[in-house]
Unconditional design. Structure first.
Length: 596
């Protein structure tokens, strides 16, 4: 075949032939092949594609002769509005832009790099090429380059901040939770969360700001950042601030120069300070003096796992003997549940560990000591109970009196444990029941009841509310069980009237607490509603801060150590926000130009 003829054929495959308008009812407009009948756009201007679409989608029209097709095509061309066509093209571009925003949000939420957008687009094009090649041009319009994803995440974050600013103006009361930690590059990052409630008892809990503190992290510096966040970024005052929850660090809670104390100066009023209840619980657990047990457990685990060959041999040994676990666990001090899980796994594999170490030069005589093993079993059980409490305290959007109720229940459990252990009963200590002979229960029960007493005293010392707070939380949790005489005078008459109402009593039993408080008459129970709004706004813990620090470390890792503080805040805000981005508004701000 000659070059001239070959070029002619290739040209016919690329260029739209005007005769195809009358033959297949297609037209060529703005680099698009448009079906006159169904307005569908074809990506490749080949006669085969037109004929296949025409015969498969419009079989009735394919029966017309050429003259009838010409008449039909002329009518359709006259009726075809350029404005409608451009509208269809714009709709495609807007849809592609919206998908670009949605995929960018998922990239940020998954902690992936901005460059993942190119990879995702490549996968999409592979999929569409195999499944529906006629739609490939639509997918090619989705912009997912590194810079585009970065800008999309920033735009989403700004939109979420705008939504938060609108919500904060509707807050009746709000509280703050804040905590400071260092990232991979030793930059101190201050997290500030806001929890607010409006007149309808709708609770909003969002990230208010992430502030990088390059210098000192004193109470004064933290207080300045809090003031900047509240007054400048959120645009609200301290008038409706109820409480601040912190991790209890001196820079946060110092009596004279602590951040909360200095914020009180900005606010010009007293602010309630709450120490994170989860941190208190962890501190209480440290009163158990079983270092001799933990030191041997950690030494044994480290000896097995820190040597590659020995670790592999141990794993193979566990497979051979059919052990319940496949490995021992490393202990991480900063993880609240780590100690309990390490002990549980160690106890489960204790016999296998002893057997594996028999032919080894390293010797751990404590593993054969009966007293040491008994302490191990008890520590495993009581740490398991502490872990159960910790799990109850975790979670977002928890009301403070729900967390306090869990702590009260645990303190009652401890008293039950002490009473039973002093009688030689170990029914709630399953590991002890399994491994310690019954004849030893009375002797060991008396011994371990003293450790439980230390735990009770520590919980009472650290986790006992003031009488005022206790009655306030009890009032909101169950207003029908409170003695009105114990309440402040401005609440007494309202509570009496509420307790005498069978309608409200039934409603309290049948609906959620949030809906019950919402249903209270605004005029008749004005003061009671006001107290409820304040309580609903209080953070019970800084769990949400701990969770975000984990997400921060996931994003700002060794591979992304140069991630800027601004981009880091955008990623965190996009990842954890409960609000839905306003995609239509974001698209309206864009020109919807297709690229990349």
């Amino acid at each position: 075949m000659g070059d001239k003829k070959k070029r002619k054929i290739e040209s016919e495959h690329r260029v739209f032939n005007p005769e195809w308008t009358h033959r297949y009812l297609f037209t060529y407009t703005r680099d698009k092949i448009l079906c006159l009948f169904c307005q569908e756009v074809l990506s490749v201007p080949k006669e085969y594609n037109l004929r296949r679409h025409f015969e498969s989608k419009h079989p009735d029209l394919s029966k017309l002769d050429i003259n009838e097709k010409q008449i039909k095509a002329s009518k359709l061309l006259k009726n075809l509005s350029g404005e409608q066509f451009f509208k269809n093209v714009n709709s495609e571009n807007e849809a592609a832009t919206k998908v670009s925003f949605q995929i960018s949000k998922e990239i940020a939420a998954a902690g992936k790099s901005f460059t993942e957008g190119d990879f995702i687009k490549k996968c999409l094009l592979i999929a569409v090429s195999g499944l529906c090649p006629d739609k490939k041009s639509v997918f090619e319009n989705i912009s997912l380059s590194r810079m585009t994803v970065q800008q999309r995440v920033a735009d989403i974050s700004n939109n979420l901040n705008d939504q938060l600013n609108q919500k904060t103006n509707e807050f009746s009361y709000y509280s703050l939770a804040m905590e400071e930690s260092t990232d991979l590059t030793d930059t101190a990052q201050l997290l500030i969360f806001i929890r607010g409630v409006d007149e309808n008892f709708e609770v909003t809990e969002e990230l208010a700001g992430l502030y990088s503190m390059l210098g000192q992290t004193t109470g004064k510096e933290i207080a300045n950042q809090v003031n900047k966040c509240v007054t400048e970024k959120l645009g609200i005052t301290f008038e409706n601030l109820v409480a601040i929850c912190t991790d209890g660090a001196p820079s946060m809670c110092g009596k004279n120069l602590g951040a909360v104390t200095l914020v009180e100066e900005f606010a010009g009023k007293k602010i309630t300070k709450y120490h994170c209840i989860e941190h208190w619980q962890v501190l209480c657990s440290r009163v158990l003096n079983f270092d001799s047990v933990m030191s041997v457990v950690l030494s044994t685990v480290n000896y097995i796992r820190s040597r590659g060959l020995k670790h592999r041999s141990f794993q193979e040994f566990l497979k051979e003997v059919g052990a319940t676990g496949n490995d021992v666990l490393y202990h991480t001090e900063v993880r609240w549940l780590s100690r309990g899980r390490v002990l549980q796994r160690f106890v489960a594999l204790r016999e296998e560990i002893i057997q594996f170490l028999e032919n080894d030069s390293k010797n751990f005589p404590e593993l054969h000591n009966e007293v040491w093993n008994n302490d191990l079993y008890f520590l495993c059980d009581i740490t398991g109970h502490l872990n159960e409490l910790n799990l109850q305290l975790q979670g977002k959007n928890q009301l403070i009196f729900q967390i306090i109720a869990a702590v009260k229940a645990f303190k009652m459990k401890l008293r039950l444990f002490k009473s039973q252990l002093s009688k030689g009963e170990m029914c709630h200590f399953t590991t002890c029941m399994k491994h310690i002979p019954l004849c030893k229960h009375a002797e060991l029960g008396e011994k371990y009841s003293n450790d439980i007493e230390l735990l009770i005293q520590e919980f009472d010392r650290r986790l006992t509310l003031s009488k005022e707070d206790d009655i306030k939380f009890k009032l909101i949790e169950d207003p029908f069980s409170v003695d009105p005489q114990e309440l402040p005078s401005h609440l007494q008459l309202e509570v009496i009237e509420l307790q005498c109402s069978t309608v409200y009593q039934n409603r309290h039993r049948e609906t959620s607490l949030q809906n019950f408080c919402k249903s209270l008459d605004k005029r008749k129970f004005k003061n009671l509603r006001d107290v409820a709004l304040q309580v609903f706004s209080i953070f019970g813990s800084t769990y949400i801060c701990e969770q975000i620090f984990s997400i921060m470390n996931l994003n700002k890792n060794k591979q992304r150590s140069t991630l800027t503080d601004e981009h880091l805040e955008n990623i965190l805000n996009t990842s954890i926000s409960n609000m839905i981005p306003e995609y239509d508004k974001l698209i309206a701000d864009k020109k919807c130009n297709t690229s990349h």
